[in-house]
Design a protein. Structure first.
Length: 347
């Protein structure tokens, strides 16, 4: 089947950048979102505002597209499964089910013989005590976390507040003394071929990505290991599209998988300017089966996220020809909200 219209669930900046890539590849986009103001509507051919459990609207969305993808992973799995019965959803819903759940995600990675941080599943306060070898650690909600939301640092058992009722499931992860964080962006096609970008070095502030750069300052061994592990993960998931593997490098130069994103990723924004094929174009090409695209590197680069009201200064700045500023056009400015980014191409 020739695919001419791509449905995208979610309307944030990732959706907006996917729509822009699709347009260049001659693919029409229909975006559905429960956020009335999501910026992707400014770039999509059509925008449907709806709650994700509105069966009528979902039906309308599905009827308008040939294939469906998503820009965020926290979509209720039963809704993805329902949609998938009508039109193919890529990456397939089963992948999303694993990755949106930290326990299933880490178990999947560990079962491949790939190291993560040491961790335990936590249902109640007593489980923290049973796993006190993981302290100092970070308690993370098992589902629905992003940008550090739902995370609590536990330095000792005293930090486990008596009034915590543990209404949700958590995992407790040992805190890693980080040397560096890197990520691998990989696009995998229906025929199993992949394009793997070089490792990207990431700096987080307050658990939010602050800046990313290539080349990452890492050894050849870690470079190869990061790429080969990402390739194995994508193959075992039978993944189609672009995904990201976030890694920690500890003080002993051990490479640990932090988490997987079953979608395009903030750390891959520099691929728009630094490569001939961006993570977004690769994703659209893979899910729409447009043929394998091999990216060529154009330049080294560094990307800076623009958060909250910092966007105001950027809006009035002038940029040099090696600087590329993206304003997501979000209607309201919120503290720590990702409002835009700047990529600087470097020698
Ligand atoms: P999110 O889903 O919010 O992206 P992550 O688990 O990736 O959550 O955590 C966000 C950031 O917090 C990481 O990129 C890292 O900088 C820091 N962090 C998270 N877990 C650990 C850990 N176990 N040890 C050290 N730093 C951590
Ligand atoms: Mg993360």
């Amino acid at each position: 089947m020739t695919i001419s219209t791509l449905g995208i669930i979610g309307s944030g900046q990732l959706g907006a950048l996917l729509c822009q890539a699709a347009k260049k590849l001659n693919i029409k986009t229909v975006v559905i979102s429960d956020d009335e103001n999501g910026p992707a509507q400014n770039y999509s051919d059509e925008f449907l505002y709806s709650q994700y459990d509105n069966k009528e609207k979902i039906k309308e969305f599905v009827s308008k597209v040939d294939i469906i993808t998503y820009e965020f992973e926290n979509i209720p799995i039963n809704i993805l499964n329902e949609i998938d019965k009508e039109k193919k959803v890529l990456p397939k819903p089963e992948i999303n089910k694993i990755i949106q759940n930290r326990k299933l995600e880490k178990t999947f990675v560990n079962d491949l013989g790939i190291k993560t941080t040491d961790w335990a599943f936590i249902k109640q306060a007593g489980d923290v005590e049973k796993n006190k070898n993981l302290l100092p650690g970070i308690l993370k909600s098992n589902t629905l976390g992003y940008d550090g939301h739902g995370q609590y640092v536990l330095n000792s058992l005293e930090d486990v507040k008596k009034n915590w009722c543990f209404t949700a499931d958590y995992i407790l992860e040992k805190k890693v003394n980080l040397k560096k964080e890197i990520s691998i962006i990989i696009t995998r096609y229906l025929n199993g071929e992949t394009y793997i970008y070089e490792p990207i070095e990431n700096i987080h502030k307050d658990q939010i990505l602050n800046n990313s750069k290539i080349p990452a300052e890492i050894s050849k061994e870690i470079y190869d290991e990061a790429q080969s592990k990402a390739k194995l993960i994508s193959a075992k998931l039978d993944y189609v599209g672009t995904m990201c593997v976030e890694y920690f490098i500890d003080q002993g130069d051990n490479l640990l998988v932090n988490e997987i994103a079953p979608r395009v990723h903030n750390s891959g924004h520099l691929t728009i300017n630094a490569f001939s094929v961006s993570q977004f174009s690769g994703h659209v090409a893979a899910v729409c089966n447009l043929g394998v695209k091999k990216a060529e590197k154009i330049s080294n680069a560094e990307m800076f996220n623009v958060l909250g009201k910092d966007i105001e200064a950027y809006r009035s700045k002038t940029f040099s020809k090696n600087e590329f500023f993206y304003d997501y056009g979000k209607k309201s400015i919120k503290d720590k909200r990702k409002m835009g980014h700047l990529t600087i191409l470097k020698k």
